[in-house]
Design a protein around this ligand. Structure first.
Ligand code: ATP
Length: 329
């Protein structure tokens, strides 16, 4: 069996707009290549507007205009069967829920406020599981119990449940068909810190038990530290660093990664953390060369003109002309 379950190659997805005859193109995903292994949790990190959600939506095959794939490919390997997301959109429909599930940003909203929770399970999962009604509900109840929810929640309306319970329910929904691959966008952002810990532990537990792979997005580096096996750092539509989570946190190679990690508060350290000057660039008109160069403390002339490729380095990959010359602040 192929060890990689997802292969993304040279992926470019742009928002292409036309305002009164003037074309505008936002290069939100710009030449991203990555692979995800079986049983792996891969986190995508980066500031707001760096393109994380656009990347994950594109990987999930869940894009709508004006976002369009202009180049590259996204291929899954499910049980030795290759599923090419953009070459075979129909096959993708068949794979949803069974092989692949997508927990969108704000996905608690999939729970219809005027219908009991049980309807969401029936609407989304029943037809994919090939079970009788009776066996289906037995399976749903067993799944809820496994993830610490009382099956009586099925008879509740969403407003009767706390935010943490609703998020647990969306995770239950996304995992009840035991998919091989889970895609999650900011799965814990709307929750307070304690509930967040709980939901993170749940995601990790469900993933380990089912042997699934997960790719998830959050801007919160502490969430990556808690659950990701590897992380990819995105800046201005490009993957600029990738590696095992511990290595990236201990020895970031890219100045941007070093900054993201250096700005995290640490217990017992009251030093003021410095903010990175400037803002992420406008992706309709990104800077030449390395897109980080206008904000980079280590930039040299070459960085202004030449785009560094993402190259293997130590245990991961990094795209920087001065890779490895940084230490976490
Ligand atoms: N519907 C849209 N039309 C045009 N541009 C868009 C649209 N949605 C997002 N963008 C632009 O695409 C770029 C990447 O946005 P994206 O939402 O993918 O970033 P992100 O890293 O997920 O940010 P956040 O953490 O704030 O969700 C940004 O410049 C954003 O303004």
């Amino acid at each position: 069996m192929n060890a990689d379950v997802l292969k993304v190659e040279g992926l470019k997805a742009y928002y292409q707009m036309n305002y009164f005859g003037v074309r505008r193109e936002v290069r939100a995903v710009d030449d991203v290549s990555l692979t995800i292994r079986r049983n792996e949790i891969y986190g995508i990190a980066g500031e707001s507007s760096s393109g994380k959600s656009s990347l994950i939506k594109t990987i999930a095959g869940a894009i709508t205009p004006p976002l369009r794939v202009v180049d590259g490919s996204v291929k899954f390997d499910f049980d030795g069967r290759t599923l090419d997301v953009y070459a075979e959109p129909q096959a993708m429909k068949g794979a949803r829920w069974q092989n692949l599930s997508y927990i969108m940003q704000g996905s608690m909203n999939v729970l219809n406020p005027v219908r009991k929770v049980k309807h969401a399970f029936h609407d989304f999962a029943f037809k994919h599981m090939g079970l009788s009604e009776r066996d289906f509900w037995a399976k749903v109840e067993q799944h809820l119990q496994r993830i610490g929810l009382d099956p009586r929640v099925l008879e509740s309306y969403p407003h009767q449940l706390s935010g943490g319970m609703r998020q647990r329910l969306t995770i239950a929904l996304a995992t009840v068909c035991e998919p091989d691959f889970i895609i999650a966008d900011e799965p814990t952002t709307a929750l307070d810190v304690l509930v967040q810990q709980d939901v993170l532990a749940l995601i990790k537990d469900v993933q380990r038990r089912m042997g699934a792979s997960i790719i998830f997005v959050t801007h919160d580096m502490t969430v990556h530290a808690a659950i990701a096996d590897r992380i990819g750092i995105v800046y201005a539509g490009r993957l600029v660093e990738e590696g095992p989570t511990l290595d990236v946190f201990r020895r970031p190679q890219h100045p941007y990664t070093a900054h993201l990690i250096g700005s995290l508060p640490r217990i017992g350290d009251s030093r003021k953390r410095s903010a990175l000057p400037g803002k992420p660039p406008n992706l309709a008109d990104p800077p030449s060369g390395c897109r980080f160069h206008p904000r980079c403390p280590l930039a040299i002339d070459k960085c202004k003109t030449d785009n560094p490729a993402l190259l293997p380095r130590q245990t991961g990959r990094v795209a920087c002309w001065r890779a490895g010359e940084v230490e976490a602040a």
